[in-house]
Ligand binder design. Structure first.
Ligand SMILES: *Cc1c(COP(=O)(O)O)cnc(C)c1O
Length: 358
């Protein structure tokens, strides 16, 4: 029997979350963000469940070409554009839309002959200071694009630095509006946070990522309370049971110490599987359908859990690390990170499967 650890991707939940994004963002077009191997869910595994999206957005050129190989025919947007001329010509040949965010990309565009017209999203830096043209340079950028014959369609976009800060988002939106005054191009602003909170500032094309995968973009609101369904569940089993006496310690560094007699279980999942090593004692986890907590330090291949209130738990009992009983956001919070990071970091040694509601 293989090691009992598996990640299951619920394709129906993914499709349902996309419907939610589309409904909230209507009438905007929705490009589902599938970067980082669809936030760790497996691009090949999930893209067919995203058929209702108006397009897909990612930043890995090879993955975009794979999507075309698999027959994906709708728009694909490369969120960081291109890094070299070869990618530019390839992108045009495969009808990939490109973000243009700095002058070097414009220069490459100016000196390259393309086999097909190109759709571009001009990115404006409205305050995140990561990618994008300065607002005051936009007019000049647009002028240069107008002089290029192979540019077919231009959009204007920006990316929000805040999720929970309405004022911060508004400031960025205002800079965007000011920069694009007098230009009548379609726009793209909102990520998941923008779609939930601030529909009026989303633009003509929205770019939901994390919400599709059923995790929350907010620190203060759960995915369930926002109507999202969890997509990935990471499941294992108890592979050993230990009976502690008062004073016994658990795991590396003896971080946890039993106060009295206590039954604990050992789970076949550790940080080499992508479970966060920084998960605190008390991090929620479910065994045999009941929520309990992680004890001691997470090891490379195993972790220990409390079985005090889990009398029926035995070797072979099902354990959910995250999924429908324990949200990935709860685990992330207890480990000082965000659901995004845990979903993206499930290790290659963990096998995946899919489920679907008929
Ligand atoms: C990752 C990304 C998104 C999606 O963000 P979420 O917070 O996951 O919804 C949208 N736009 C850009 C440019 C991105 O890089």
């Amino acid at each position: 029997m293989p090691r009992p650890l598996i990640a299951t991707v619920d394709l129906t939940a993914l499709a349902d979350n996309l419907v939610l994004a589309k409904r909230l963002a209507a009438p905007a077009a929705t490009y589902a963000v599938v970067k980082a191997n669809a936030y760790g869910h497996g691009l090949k595994r999930v893209f067919s469940a995203l058929g209702e999206a108006d397009g897909l957005a990612l930043l890995e050129y090879d993955a975009a070409l794979s999507l075309r190989d698999w027959g994906y025919a709708k728009p694909i947007l490369l969120l960081e554009g291109f890094f070299a001329v070869a990618e530019l010509t390839g992108a045009a040949a495969h009808c990939l839309s490109l973000v243009i965010h700095h002058a070097e990309q414009l220069e490459m565009l100016q000196r390259t002959r393309l086999s097909r017209p190109l759709e571009v999203f001009v990115k404006i830096n409205t305050g995140m200071n990561r990618l994008g043209f300065a607002p005051e340079s936009l007019t000049a950028v647009i002028e240069k694009l107008r002089n290029l014959e192979h540019i077919e369609k231009v959009h204007l976009m920006t990316h929000f630095a805040h999720a929970d800060d309405y004022q911060g988002m508004l400031e960025q939106r205002n800079r965007f509006v000011q920069a694009s005054q007098g230009l009548s191009f379609p726009t793209s602003l909102a990520n998941s946070a923008g779609i939930f909170r601030y529909r009026e500032i989303g633009g003509d094309t929205v770019r939901p990522g994390i919400m599709l995968y059923g995790a929350s973009p907010f620190a203060t609101q759960s995915a369930a309370s926002l109507g999202m369904k969890p997509v990935m569940s990471l499941q294992s089993e108890l592979i050993a049971i230990q009976h502690l006496r008062a004073g016994d310690r658990v795991g590396y560094g003896g971080l946890y110490q039993a106060k009295g007699e206590q039954r604990i279980g050992i789970v076949a999942c550790g940080y080499a599987d992508g479970y966060p090593r920084h998960a605190e004692i008390g991090t929620p986890i479910a065994v045999a359908g009941r929520r309990t907590q992680v004890l001691g330090r997470v090891s490379m291949d195993m972790l220990a859990i409390d079985l005090t209130d889990c009398a029926d738990a035995r070797v072979g009992s099902a354990v959910e690390l995250w999924g429908t009983q324990v949200s990935v956001d709860e685990v992330a919070q207890a480990a000082g990170t965000v659901g995004y990071e845990l979903l993206c970091a499930v290790a290659p040694r963990v096998p995946f499967t899919v489920s679907e509601r008929k």
